[in-house]
Design a protein around this ligand. Structure first.
Ligand SMILES: [Zn+2]
Length: 285
């Protein structure tokens, strides 16, 4: 499943190919999008900005509207030079947006909507820019307040709330908790202020480290998920705990564990030795 880093990279690549250029072609098999296009042609508009907000990708158009897509589990945007052969079957195509040089193609993207500026501001499903750990407007202090407000929920669950901290997905959730030695099943109310601040700082740092420029990114083509690294660049040692159930903890050597967590039953990995549940007396005292 794409996490915030994947969407951020997609937005960056798409921005390089699309921003400032007139759109020369648009098509979609979503009736709401084509109806909008019939009334207010997208062709001829300029792409002003492409941004990621959590798992949403937003394409802002010069006419004031924004095309928002959410990849859910299987959707993806690909970027091709005009005339280049697609890497997925055309039956999976949902949206095509092109200029003279590039073609951005959304494949099996399950959620696509067009918003006016006012409707976008009202849309509570899309996190605000300030909630996204990769956004320049991200504010750690208000993020701490939002996290604290979920006092009676488990930390591992709250880290996935996009309106609290957009951009952190299931892989980063486990990794962030491990790095900060916080048990993902402990309640937010059990954390002290320093732990809350550290969880936010580390979320931002780990996700940001995965969107650094690299050669693959410099080419404006984007075709899929990249590997995530929170530990070492060696692929066999890239992560601390995620996906490593039963393997030795990289700090203490005891077996990494996993368990399903939260209403959506997302898998969480942790080390019981390095991330013990907090002592009640410490919390109460
Ligand atoms: Zn350990």
């Amino acid at each position: 499943m794409p996490e915030g880093d994947t969407i951020f990279r997609t937005a960056r690549s798409m921005g390089r190919a699309l921003i400032g250029r007139p759109i020369t072609g648009f098509r979609s098999n979503y009736p709401l999008l084509t109806r909008f296009h019939d009334d207010t042609p997208i062709t001829g508009q300029i792409v002003d900005r492409v941004e990621s907000r959590g798992k949403w990708l937003l394409i802002h158009l010069s006419g004031g509207a924004t095309l928002a897509t959410h990849m859910l589990m299987n959707g993806s945007w690909h970027l091709y030079r005009i005339g280049e052969r697609w890497q997925k079957p055309s039956r999976d195509m949902r949206i095509v947006l092109e200029n003279r040089e590039y073609q951005a193609v959304a494949f099996t993207v399950p959620v696509a909507r067009i918003y006016s500026a006012q409707a976008l501001a009202r849309e509570t499903r899309i996190p605000p820019a300030g909630a996204d750990v990769l956004n320049a407007d991200f504010d750690p202090l208000t993020a701490a307040a939002r996290l604290r407000a979920c006092a009676s929920e488990e930390v591992g669950d709250v880290l996935l709330h996009q309106e609290v901290l957009a951009g952190v997905g299931n892989v980063f959730k486990s990794e962030v908790c491990f790095v900060e030695s916080v048990n993902p099943f402990c309640l937010v109310s059990a954390l002290n202020d320093e732990q809350v601040a550290a969880l936010i700082r580390t979320s931002q740092r780990l996700v940001a480290a995965n969107v650094l420029e690299d050669s693959a990114d410099a080419i404006v083509t984007y075709r899929g998920q990249q590997r995530r690294t929170t530990h070492r660049s060696d692929p066999s040692e890239s992560l601390w705990v995620y996906g490593r159930s039963g393997e030795p903890c990289r700090r203490c050597g005891n077996a990494v564990r996993h368990r399903l967590q939260g209403p959506d039953a997302r898998v969480t990995f942790w080390c019981q030795t390095c991330q013990p549940m907090p002592d009640r007396s410490e919390i109460d005292g």
